[in-house]
Design a protein around this ligand. Structure first.
Ligand code: IVH
Length: 668
């Protein structure tokens, strides 16, 4: 065989392996190899493709982040029109839906499939001979925008298919691109740190990412997709919608694991109720349940109106939108001095929760929506995300309102406020601003940092206002007698607080670093810094290069850490903390036994003896690691009460499981 033929063979083998691991990781959430092993496969493929550019194909896993920025999106005519769905606002309307089906097809029994109605963007994906060739937005339903390059960067969209569907000449599938809620919150926090405008909800964030002109930016946004419809296939290989979902899964697509077959309408109603109760725990925004007739033959006979198919309906969850009035726009000061406008609202009930404030994000957002004091606005609450203002009802605007203006001064300390060029955020210029100090103290005492119980907002506020605490170290000089000066703090509570502060001295370096609130240094970076440098002294002396060399720490973090220690005020605070007896060494490292060194744990379900966070800390302290999903590399899966699917994953992969008693025995 020639060298070239060897390379071609190896390239194909690598692609096959990478696709296999992509599917396990992104579509099925059960990786079998480590990130490093995966990276080395991709690296080998890249090197071979660089040596043989003629062997590069568009469906190669290396080609995900290809493509130049576009000026305008091309138009795409869909193979089959992308229709909307009819809505059912309550159970009675579902009953009416079935009555309509019966009138259309008398004497027929209907079986259904129910799926969460994910609140994202509908897209159509076209495959030819198993290769992804085109992706499009819904557009007006008939013509959409071509966003192939952007969709190629969504890791759970397979670029080439497996099995039966891979053989079809043409296949068009539909699904919903969305941003998971946790990823959305992380993205917004990052945008805020970088001084860029944030997104009001995950749907907007996903829409912004999908319609990016530069695919490299889309690639950085954590998007995901559920596929829910086969709209065109030649020849058509399925008899029911359920079969189609199974077929999609077998081809490597991600489908919603909450989808269920229901034998009759009662089962549908039960499932709709159950999913509504569960909606906050889904991890993504869903605004209802799509109910579909399962038999494709029945679907064909029922047909569609110009607007929606007659064989499907969307059962809508209780609205989380309401209208109310803006009483006042308040400016909040964050721990880094960011000034955030917040709307104080006439209290209004949204799906069981009374809402009286909404974040307005930043000046540009308020201007864009032209939100004014006195306006009647539409507010929405989505999951556990803070409520936000969707739009102003301009028709109800009273006379004499004024456009909103950010104050030129910090509302807490009166120092000059400024908005750095190119940023969306106004900041207070005063490093000693009491409002900033309050936020920093609250963060210092928070659960994932120094974990000081009883150090709540009311106490912190008084400690700062009375100048009893001027920096973190001030906490360690508080006594029960001094705390007695505070309003509404009983002696017993004061004693509890002093004790909690005393106990926080031994939390260790990682938590202390997290508590200091160094810009860009969160929990994960703090742990990496602590285990690398082991002591505060070593970290204080480290250069930007030394810090940047740590795997997982980027240049932005390295620069920020060095800048932090370069400031005399910060060094003084550290010295005072040291003098107060706060431990400045990494806990458990270099001292004590590390019996779990090298062991990888996954936790599922709840334990009786401790919280999940406590169990995680304990494992880390004893030298082990905790990861989020079960793979062959996992040593133990700790199974508590009401475990999730990870317990099944363990069984399937033959990973050892520990019940609570066995886990406690291991760690004690
Ligand atoms: S089926 C003919 N299933 O809801 C098939 N749609 O209001 C029609 N959606 O444009 C769509 N989750 O973007 C279907 N499991 C699901 C869905 C779903 C979300 C969206 C989709 C559609 C819109 C209709």
């Amino acid at each position: 065989m020639t060298k070239k033929a060897d390379a071609a063979e190896r390239i194909e083998a690598l692609r096959e392996q990478i696709r296999h691991h992509d599917r396990l990781y992104y579509a099925e959430n059960r990786p079998e190899i480590s990130d490093a092993e995966y990276d080395s496969l991709v690296r080998e493929l890249r090197v071979l493709e660089e040596a043989h550019p003629d062997l590069i194909t568009p469906d190669s896993p290396t080609q995900r982040v290809a493509g130049q920025p576009v000026e305008v999106f091309a138009s795409v005519e869909h193979k089959v029109a992308m229709l909307s769905l009819d809505n059912a606002m309550d159970p009675a309307e579902l009953t009416e839906f079935e009555a309509r089906l019966r009138r259309a097809l008398p004497g027929t029994h209907f079986e259904y499939v129910c799926e969460p109605k994910v609140d994202g963007l509908g897209v159509a994906l076209l495959y030819e001979h198993g290769r992804f060739v085109r992706g499009a937005t819904r557009g007006d339903g008939r013509v959409g925008e071509e966003i192939t390059q952007n969709l190629r960067t969504v890791k759970s969209i397979p670029l080439s298919l497996r099995g039966k569907l891979a053989e079809l000449k043409e296949l068009e599938v539909r699904g919903e691109v969305y941003m998971p809620r946790a990823a959305f919150q992380k993205l917004n926090a990052e945008l805020e740190e970088a001084g860029e405008p944030t997104f009001a909800n995950p749907r907007n964030a996903a829409a912004g990412a999908v319609r990016q002109k530069d695919p490299a930016i889309t690639a950085k946004r954590p998007l995901d997709i559920f596929l829910y419809h086969v709209s065109h296939a030649e020849p058509f290989p399925f008899k029911s919608h359920w079969e189609a979902l199974e077929g999609l899964r077998a081809a490597g697509f991600r489908t919603n694991p909450k989808s269920k077959r229901c034998a009759n309408l009662d089962a549908v109603l039960d499932l709709c109720r159950a999913l509504e109760a569960e909606r906050d725990a889904l991890g993504y925004d869903a605004d209802g349940v799509v109910v579909k007739v399962n038999s494709l033959e029945q679907q064909r006979r029922l047909g569609a109106t110009a607007h929606h198919p007659r064989w499907a309906i969307a059962f809508k969850f209780a609205a989380r939108q309401a209208t109310t009035r803006i009483r006042e726009i308040q400016i909040n000061v964050g721990k880094t001095g960011a000034l955030t406008p917040t709307a104080l609202l006439d209290p209004v009930e949204l799906a069981g929760v009374t809402v009286s404030r909404a974040s307005l994000h930043n000046e540009d957002e308020v201007r864009k929506k032209d939100i004014r004091v006195g306006d009647t606005v539409l507010v929405e609450r989505a999951g556990d995300v803070i409520p936000y203002v969707v739009q102003v009802i301009t028709a109800k605007r009273p006379a004499g309102t004024h456009p909103f203006k950010m104050p030129a001064q910090c509302p807490a300390c009166g120092a000059k406020a400024y908005r750095p060029e190119g940023e969306a955020i106004w900041r207070c210029t005063n490093a000693a601003c009491p409002a900033q100090l309050k936020e920093r103290l609250l963060h210092f005492g928070s659960r994932r940092a120094m974990d000081i119980e009883h150090l709540g907002e009311a106490v912190v506020s008084q400690l700062v206002d009375r100048e009893m605490v001027r920096d973190f170290s001030g906490l360690y000089h508080l006594t029960v007698e001094r705390l007695a000066e505070l309003e509404r703090l009983a002696e017993k509570s004061a004693a509890n607080l002093v004790e909690a502060i005393r106990q926080s001295k031994t939390r260790g370096l990682a938590r202390l670093l997290n508590g200091l609130g160094i810009r860009y240094v969160g929990e994960r970076a703090s742990q990496l810094l602590a285990s690398h440098f082991v002591s505060m002294e070593k970290l204080e002396k480290a250069t930007e290069e030394e810090i940047g060399e740590i795997y997982g720490i980027g240049p932005q973090i390295a620069q920020s850490v060095v800048k932090f220690f370069a400031e005399a005020a910060n060094r003084k605070t550290i010295d005072r903390l040291r003098a107060a007896g706060v431990v400045m060494k990494a806990e458990g490292i270099g001292e004590g036994a590390r019996p779990l060194a090298g062991k990888v744990f996954v936790l599922t379900g709840s334990l009786k003896a401790m919280t999940r966070d406590e169990a995680k800390d304990l494992i880390i302290k004893l030298g082990g690691r905790v990861t989020g999903s079960v793979s062959k590399k996992t040593d133990y899966v700790v199974v508590g009460e009401e475990p999730g699917s990870k317990a099944d994953d363990a069984k399937r992969l033959g990973v050892r499981t520990l019940d609570e008693a066995a886990f406690l025995k291991l760690v004690r």
